[in-house]
Design a protein around this ligand. Structure first.
Ligand SMILES: Nc1nc2c(ncn2[C@@H]2O[C@H](COP(=O)(O)OP(=O)(O)O)[C@@H](O)[C@H]2O)c(=O)[nH]1
Ligand SMILES: [Mg+2]
Length: 202
């Protein structure tokens, strides 16, 4: 066994891209779903959390991911989790005007269905820009996770934009308003703290 708190990604691979209204794959592997508006940093988080450079496509043009992307990984988090297979499920970024109305509705309906009923779903990662008020989509995702008592990990991305005072103020404000302490992510975050939390809830 490695050191306490050590995170090891033994394997990571892109698995499958599904249309937003397609049926999710028939596996029994636990899933962690990622949500957040376009450009918030979902692909970046996947790459960093899995210790890969370019597994997930990091885009300069917002709104590119319109499929539900499954990434499979095998992770150990000592001392709790030994070589566990997990899917990270990257949902299309919402809040982007280029979605046609039809696509947006299909995305919403199937997303709600997934959040309500997917038994393999073991946790929800909601990536936010802490500078902006939560959107209806973001509030809905938090409520759907709470309704099933699913672990919710709120990740505030791009925190390197702020100085330390501003950072503290924004985090405190969010905690007061929503009762959740966000996990901070910046350019160099390795997400070991996130894996620690996840490993406690699997
Ligand atoms: N400054 C900063 N930029 C970031 C961070 N995370 C992501 N980005 C940038 O934000 C843009 C969108 O990232 P991406 O991961 O593609 O977002 P997605 O649309 O949610 O998948 C890219 O240009 C990233 O390089 C961060 O922690 N800090
Ligand atoms: Mg992306």
């Amino acid at each position: 066994m490695g050191d306490a708190n050590e995170v090891i990604i033994h394997d990571a691979a892109f698995c499958i891209a599904l249309a937003p209204d397609a049926a999710p794959p028939e596996t029994e592997c636990p899933e962690l779903a990622l949500f957040g508006r376009s450009n918030v940093g979902k692909s970046t988080l996947i790459n960093r959390a899995l210790g890969r450079r370019a597994l997930a496509l990091v885009s300069k043009t917002p709104g590119k991911t319109r499929t539900v992307n499954y990434y499979r990984c095998i992770v150990s988090v000592s001392p709790r989790l030994v070589q566990k297979e997990i899917f990270l499920v990257d949902f299309p970024g919402f809040g982007y005007a280029r979605y046609s109305k039809g696509l947006r509705q299909a995305f919403n309906r199937s997303t709600v269905e997934y959040l309500r009923g997917r038994t393999q779903l073991k946790g929800v990662l909601l990536l936010i820009d802490i500078k902006r008020a939560l959107s209806q989509d973001e509030e809905a995702i938090m409520a759907l996770a709470a309704a099933r008592a699913l672990p919710l990990y709120v990740v505030a991305t791009k925190m390197d934009r702020f100085g330390s005072n501003e950072r503290r103020r924004l985090l405190q404000g969010f905690r007061k308003a929503h009762g959740v302490a966000p996990i901070e992510a910046a350019k160099d975050t390795r997400f070991d703290a996130l894996w620690q939390q996840i490993s406690q809830n699997l």
